[in-house]
Design a protein around this ligand. Structure first.
Ligand code: ASN
Length: 328
């Protein structure tokens, strides 16, 4: 998932979710229903990836190398968390992209993980309803796979999830008034090129798009971090985001760069510190980084959309709202 996209539908009057101990009986009941939808969603998603031959791996929290989240058109990070352990500087996971590329090249041709990401978003973002300073990605990667195949996998899995929820979570969806409105979109989903959206909506296309679409919709060719594939001749990026109607971006992914020369050229161009990516660069130089593609689904964003939440913090057991730090 890229850093941040502001859904057009959110207003400044949005209610900031309160912590568990302050919730009324009704609010706790609502949270229990959200818990049931989350369980069903995770159960179905993980089952679907595993049954397609993706290994299920566990996440990491600390590493010397993590996603630079730079450059990204939606970047809004207040602080990057770095700390010292055993005399070494490590960072908390911004996304597991570097680990994904390495693991997919050296070990698992297909795998996924449920990965906690810590992104200390600017505090103004508390009111977008779409940002949390801790969240979970269902992050997956597949070797020798093209973008269109990844998009098809996501479409199949999302359709399957919605069908499953309609069948097995009818009571919850009815409670949230979502049973009728949550329809499995027809596949293939629409695909827009970011340049066309910019021509239509201007630079703010990301805030306009969610209210203009009725079904989950892909956007491709978004300039961002070095690890997404960029064609140096056409200047087109082979990457993709999935946007949800009314809400915003719920997934981002790409075909990856694997050639040492291109990765270093992009790092130099973008001012990304090469010394933070020594292992990746060494493996790339040795030809040990393999072509792959993948994506990460923002789990809380997906659940927010399913239940029709106003603020993403509502679907977190312990809300992690930008600028608001509760005890738990
Ligand atoms: N998970 C994303 C991907 O696979 C990267 C990110 O979250 N920044 O491309």
């Amino acid at each position: 998932m890229p850093i941040s996209k502001e859904p057009a539908t959110r207003t400044l009057a949005i209610r900031i979710p309160r912590p568990l101990e302050q919730l009324s009986k009704d609010e706790l009941e609502r949270k229990q229903h959200i818990g049931k939808v989350t369980t069903r969603t995770l159960r179905t998603l993980t089952e679907k990836f595993a049954s397609r031959g993706f290994e299920w791996t566990l996440p990491v929290i600390f590493a010397k190398s993590t996603d630079p989240l730079w450059p990204d058109p939606g970047a809004s990070i207040e602080t990057r968390i770095e700390t010292e352990i055993y005399g070494e500087t490590v960072r908390t996971t911004l996304s597991m992209i570097i680990h994904k590329i390495v693991a997919c090249s050296l070990l698992h041709p297909k795998f996924f993980t449920l990965s906690p990401n810590v992104r200390i978003e600017k505090r103004e973002r508390r009111a977008t309803g779409w940002h949390a300073y801790e969240f979970t990605q269902l992050d997956f990667e597949a070797r020798n796979t093209e973008s269109k195949d990844i998009r098809r996998i996501v479409e199949d899995i999302l359709r399957g999830l919605l069908e499953d929820l309609k069948k097995n979570s009818r009571e919850e969806l009815t409670y949230f008034n979502r049973y009728k409105s949550l329809d499995a979109p027809s596949s293939p989903f629409k695909v827009y090129d970011r340049e066309d959206l910019e021509a239509k909506y201007g630079k703010q296309w990301e805030t306009q798009l969610p209210s203009a679409i009725k079904e989950p919709t892909w956007v491709t060719n978004i300039p961002r971090e070095f690890y997404d594939y960029e064609d140096f001749d056409t200047r087109k990026w082979d990457n993709y985001d999935l946007f949800l109607p009314r809400y915003g971006e719920v997934l981002s992914g790409a075909r990856r760069e694997y050639e040492h020369g291109k990765i270093t050229a992009k790092m130099e161009r973008d001012g990304v510190k090469k010394e933070n990516y020594e292992l990746l660069l060494t493996l790339a130089k040795e030809g040990r980084v393999k072509p792959s593609a993948g994506a990460g689904i923002g789990v809380e964003r997906l659940v927010s959309w399913i239940v029709g939440a106003e603020h993403i913090g509502e679907v977190q057991l312990f809300p992690k709202i930008p600028g608001v730090v509760y005890e738990l």
